[in-house]
Design a binder for this molecule. Sequence first.
Ligand SMILES: [Zn+2]
Ligand SMILES: [Zn+2]
Length: 276
Amino acid sequence: MPADYHIHTAYCGHARGSIDQYIESAIAQGLREIGFSDHLGRYYLTSSQRRRHRDWGMDAKKLEHYIGDLLEAKESYKGRITISIGLEVDYVEGCEALLEPILGRYSFDFILCSVHCLPRFSWNHLADYARYADTSVIYTEYFRVVRSAIGSGLFHILAHPDLIWRTIGWPACETSLPFHEIAEMTAAAKAANHVIEINTGGFRWSQENSFGYGDPFAVLLDQCGTLGIPVTLGSDAHKPEDVGRLFPELRSALRRRSITGVACFTAGRPRIEPLS
Ligand SMILES: [Zn+2]
Ligand SMILES: [Zn+2]
C-alpha cells in the first residue's frame, strides 16, 4: 500500500505512542510512506478558551519541536520508508489571517483541513450539536464552511468530510440534504483541484451503521471516482496499532470506483502513487 496520510502523535495531547512506534507500525503494514498530520488547533482561541480546551491539539509554540522530531525520523528511516511532514489544521472561517503566518513559517509537505467545530452554534466539537432536534441546519453550515475551506487555498487535503454524519446523525427533516451537500462539496473540490481524504473511520462507520437513507460514504467514494477527484487514505491513527487500519478493504472499494492511485505530497507538490 502506498501511504497513510493521517497520523497523530503525543504532541496533540490526546494520542499515544512515540513517532518511532507509528513508523514501525507503518513498515510492518507494508506502507511505502507515512504522513504525520498532528492537530494544529487553538490558534484561533482566546487565552481563556485555550485554558478550557487544553486537548484541542498542539499549540503553535510546539511546532518547532514537532517538525524537528520528524526531520530526525526522516533521516534515521531513510531507505526504509518515506516520511512526510504535515498538519491537521482546524479551519475556522474568518481566522485565516491568524493561520497564514503560522503555516508560512515552516516547510510542510502537506496540510490537512478539518472542520471540527462550528462557532455559529458553539465553541464545541461537532458532537455537541447532536442534541439538536433537527440537524439539517448543522449540515448546511458544516458544508458551507467546508466549501469555504476548499476555496481558501490554504490547504491541500480535506480531511474526513464524513465526520458530520458519524457525529450528529441524519437530519430528521430534509433527509436528502446530506447527499445534495456531498455533491456540492465534491463539485467545489473538483473545481479547485483539491484532494479529499478517504478516512477509514468513515469507512468503518458505514460498515457498522445505517441511516436507512443510503450510504453517504459510498456516495462520497462514487463521486470522487466519477469526477476524478484525487484522494488520500487516512487512518486518523491516535495509537500506533491503528496505522493503515482497513486499508486492504478500502483499496478494493476504491478500485471498484476505478480509483487506481492516491495522492502524496512533497513540499506541497502532489503526485499520484499507484494503489498496488
Ligand atoms: Zn480530525
Ligand atoms: Zn485526525
